[in-house]
Write a protein that binds this ligand. Structure first.
Ligand code: F6R
Length: 632
């Protein structure tokens, strides 16, 4: 078989693939164990319930498997004690879906005679039916995982055909769901068999061999020449060659891309946590995003899947996403309505796909997703598409599934976000939405070029404010954090654009500190939730610059104080009445209207970070979470 390399240069500065569970595998000219464990650790943000490794051992000529529940450090300790090593190895970190995070359920999984080991990323939707068929064939199951079904399917195929490619094709054509895997068989020790279905997988082609990973971040210091496996494809990977096929068995070209990623992107450098590093990267990320937009010119519309005329004629915007991205969407709604005069609706992807959908005419649906892999968001895209909606996405990952399925895209230039809690993706999403609302306004004759440039300038100014306020209040927040860390619950309030921002503030605190926090519209307090306000429930209030809204917030602050509530206020300069009511206050310089959330983002995140630090939480990898959620 002849291998053909087509090389494309990818012009974006980074690509970042995310999916819970991670795979790293290597086949080449060097011993694999230390390398696989090192690279796997870089992907641990994607799942950290258990970790495992398997290699074709040079001494015993057998497949040796090592696994441990918990973080990869535990696996490293075990691996140090084991003499096994070889030139072909596979590794995995798991975010448990089927079966608990035990050693038994950790990947790699093996066939009944331990000649074949496999790591899997995804969920096999028809595993129950397949398991019944395999049980009838005499296969026994050791674990509670869906993955074992895949191992036995491949094993059956290999035994039947004696051929890895045929076995892989037979298996993938029966599997439904997300079924990306890498397998290693004792009888084919010079080959790794891989498949990509739904969950991403890429291969770094380097001088010392092939580095296979869920995210190219894992091997970015080795090579920037990357083959992204096409959706629904398999490959046989050898130390010096890749043979790729579609599910019918037809050869596919090996089209590689050159990716440019600074090794510093996946190092904490001198920061204690990735989250802190990423909080401080926000100014640069916003500036980079604005300058990329500024250079886009008229390329914007075709990239978004629109003609200029369609951009002018659109009747409405629909924004959707999950978690932090949904919060950004909710703030974005104010941008599109106030700046571009476009009616805008926002949908929570995990809920809306079960609701009746009355497709509006001439609307643009924008999926917001850092990873571009979130299953709920992807499913809502598919649901909207069935009704012929026009879909674009605002995402951090150009090579993601969401970009592939949408009609158009606009990137945020956040750079790789490693900490599980989203920080710089949120601020660049707000940047993208604010800029895009202005761009629509310009195209529709509502603002002129000068106002457009002013909007870009305002964004860059807010980026400075975001950073400088953290520096200004660093000492205060560090000193205040132990006080807030002692409470069982906190309430976050805001109005207008600062209400969805309060939701984001509460989410940030919850996910990394495990303190219960409720985001709430300040005006709704008196309709019920004020019953919770007492000396045990501090209230955090995000102010607003609009005079009318501000006055209402002052009223809400008074309601809290009248009930002995502790009040922490994020206020704007000159808001003396509110500042005097507060027990503690962080004051932010004035910014352009509607950019209040972006201005307060750094402080809000740093506050949550410091509380989690006081509580000794695992900030970059909070319990029960994974970086992107590809299960519904
Ligand atoms: C919270 C967080 C999540 C994500 C959500 C959507 O800090 O990161 O709430 O925002 O899972 O993920 P994406 O944006 O990748 O679709």
């Amino acid at each position: 078989m002849k291998m053909k390399f087509l090389v494309l240069v990818l012009t974006i500065g980074y690509i970042h693939l995310t999916h819970p569970c991670s795979i790293f595998a290597y086949i080449g000219t060097k011993l694999a164990k230390a390398h696989v464990l090192k690279c796997l650790a870089r992907l641990e943000y994607r799942g950290y319930d258990s970790a495992g490794f398997a290699c074709f051992d040079l001494v015993t000529n057998d497949i040796v498997v090592l696994k441990k529940p918990g973080k990869i450090e535990k696996l490293k300790e075990l691996a140090l004690k084991s003499p096994c090593d070889g030139y072909a190895a596979i590794g995995h970190t798991r975010w448990a879906t089927h079966g608990q995070a035990t050693e038994l359920n950790a990947h790699p999984h093996t066939n009944n005679d331990n000649t074949f080991a496999l790591v899997h990323n995804g969920i096999i939707e028809n595993h129950f039916q397949l398991k019944q068929q395999l049980l009838q064939k005499g296969y026994t199951f050791k674990t509670e995982t869906d993955t074992e079904v895949m191992v036995h399917l491949l094993d059956a195929g290999i035994k039947e055909t004696g051929d890895l490619k045929e076995a892989a094709l037979k298996a993938v054509n029966q599997l439904k769901g997300a079924c990306t895997f890498v397998g290693l068989h004792k009888n084919f020790s010079d080959t790794l068999v891989v498949a990509r279905q739904r969950a991403p997988l890429c291969i770094g082609i380097a001088e010392d061999g092939m580095h296979i990973a869920s995210d190219f971040l894992a091997f970015a210091d080795k090579t920037n020449n990357v083959f992204f496996l096409p959706e629904r494809s398999i490959a046989l990977v050898k130390a010096g060659a890749i043979y790729s096929f579609d599910y019918e068995g037809n050869s596919l070209p090996i089209e590689t891309k050159t990716v440019n990623l600074q090794p510093s992107a996946y190092e904490k450098l001198d920061h204690e946590h990735f989250m802190l590093k990423e909080i401080y990267e926000q100014r640069t990320a916003i500036e980079r995003t604005v300058s990329y937009y500024n250079e886009l010119g008229d390329e914007l519309w075709p990239q978004l899947g629109l003609t200029k005329q369609e951009a002018r004629d659109l009747a409405s915007i629909n924004l959707f996403g999950c978690g932090t991205s949904w919060h950004a969407a909710r703030i974005g709604q104010f941008f599109f309505e106030s700046i571009a005069n476009m009616p805008t609706a926002v949908h929570l992807a995990s809920e809306f796909r079960y609701m009746k959908f009355f497709a509006p005419k001439d609307s643009l649906f924008i999926a917001i997703s850092q990873s571009g892999e979130t299953a709920d968001t992807l499913e809502l895209i598919r649901y909207f598409k069935q009704q012929h909606a026009r879909i674009a996405t605002l995402t951090n990952v150009e090579t993601s599934s969401i970009v592939r399925e949408a009609d158009g895209y606009l990137l945020i230039k956040a750079g790789p976000e490693i900490a599980v809690a989203s920080t710089k993706a949120f601020s660049t999403q707000l940047t993208g939405l604010y800029w895009l609302a202005h761009r629509f306004a310009l195209e529709r004759g509502l603002i002129d070029e000068v106002a457009m440039r002013q909007a870009e300038h305002d964004l860059c100014y807010v980026a400075q404010v975001l950073e400088q306020t953290i520096e200004q209040y660093e000492v205060n927040i560090i000193a205040d954090a132990p006080y807030y860390a002692q409470f069982q619950r906190l309430m976050y309030l805001g109005r207008h654009v600062t209400y969805p921002f309060a939701l984001e503030g509460a989410l940030k605190l919850k996910e990394i500190s495990y303190i219960f926090a409720q985001g709430y519209p300040a005006g709704e307090l008196k309709h019920g939730s004020i019953a919770l306000v007492d000396e045990h429930t501090p209230v955090i209030l995000f102010s607003h610059q609009n005079q009318t809204i501000y006055q209402k917030l002052v009223g809400n602050a008074q309601e809290v104080k009248a009930r002995n509530g502790h009040l922490l206020v994020f206020a704007f300069e000159g808001q003396d009445e509110l500042i005097h009511l507060a027990d503690k206050v962080y004051i932010v310089p004035k910014v352009a209207p509607l950019l209040e959330p972006l201005a307060m983002t750094g402080l809000m995140q740093f506050f949550a970070y410091q509380i989690a630090l006081v509580l000794g939480r695992d900030i970059d990898k909070p319990r029960n979470l994974a970086k992107a959620v590809t299960v519904e």
